[in-house]
Ligand binder design. Structure first.
Ligand SMILES: [Zn+2]
Length: 276
């Protein structure tokens, strides 16, 4: 094939795949709050006594016949007992407020395996669940071996993940910069957990949903790390926050995981902010 024809075909393919990706809507749905959280656990280096109120959020992305949730929240009582949560509404009930029935959620993309993000996967009975292959491998294996780390991981969620896999409902994403659905791309490297991921919703304009790879807008503004898998990962986290800004085209279009401000920055009714 001559080179010009090849270039032309590549161009046609690129235009075609861009045309295939729908223009998604994005909503942040707040299903609970945690008042008075220590700031230095969110922004590394923040003053020791400072406290901030944070939100528990799932993000609903709709388009092209898909109702995609980014993260699934949590609902088990052991966590609401252990952790001060106010204004709690079970994530499936919260998603209903946006007009989507739990059984109509087609996909749940899990940013990382912590209880407040993975603990709601059993609430959406027909969804395909997407998680990084390395995250799955680590938290179903090594994490529980001597020397492994499983802080913030609920053993019941691990069992649920394995069950979903045996039922054919789990998709293991292999690494960085992977388009998992038309116009939905996932990225690794921020190291909140062993293999945490964040997503870019492509469109006009594009948005990056960071989840806990960036807790607050303040992390972006002050270029300070969120909590990471290990201390040596903090610089990777800061590097990836800069990458998120680049991928979104603006810091205003990077949406942090637990920041209440997303419900002020974007038009909000009740628990739901319309990001796009
Ligand atoms: Zn979290």
């Amino acid at each position: 094939m001559n080179r010009l024809l090849f270039a032309f075909l590549m161009l046609v393919a690129a235009v075609f795949s861009a045309a295939m990706a729908p223009e998604y809507s994005i909503q942040a749905i707040r299903y609970g709050n945690s008042p008075g959280f220590p700031a230095n656990e969110l922004v590394i280096g923040a003053p020791k006594d400072e406290k901030v109120d944070i939100a528990f959020v799932v993000w609903l992305i709709r388009g092209g016949g898909h109702n995609i949730l980014f993260d699934s929240g949590f609902h088990r009582e052991k966590w609401t007992k252990y952790f001060p949560v106010t204004d709690f509404l079970r994530p499936d009930e919260a998603v209903k407020l946006a007009g989507v029935k739990p059984e109509d959620v087609t996909d749940v993309v899990i940013s990382h395996a912590h209880w407040d993000h993975l603990g709601g996967i059993d609430l959406f009975p027909k969804a395909t669940v997407w998680i990084q292959k390395e995250e799955f491998r680590y938290y179903t294996g090594e994490a529980w071996q001597p020397g492994g780390k499983h802080g913030g991981i609920d053993p019941d969620d691990v069992l649920q993940l394995v069950k979903l896999n045996t039922e054919g409902r789990l998709r293991l994403v292999d690494g960085d910069d992977v388009e998992i659905l038309p116009g939905i791309r996932v990225y690794t490297g921020a190291r909140h957990t062993f293999a945490s991921q964040y997503i870019r919703v492509e469109g006009n304009p594009s948005f990056v949903l960071a989840s806990d790879n960036c807790y607050l807008y303040r992390n972006l503004a002050e270029r300070k790390a969120s909590a990471t898998f290990s201390e040596v990962d903090q610089s990777a986290n800061i590097t990836n926050q800069a990458r998120m800004i680049e991928l979104a085209g603006s810091a205003d279009r990077v949406v942090p995981g637990h920041d209440m401000l997303q419900f002020q920055k974007f038009p909000t009714q009740g628990r739901i902010a319309k990001i796009k």
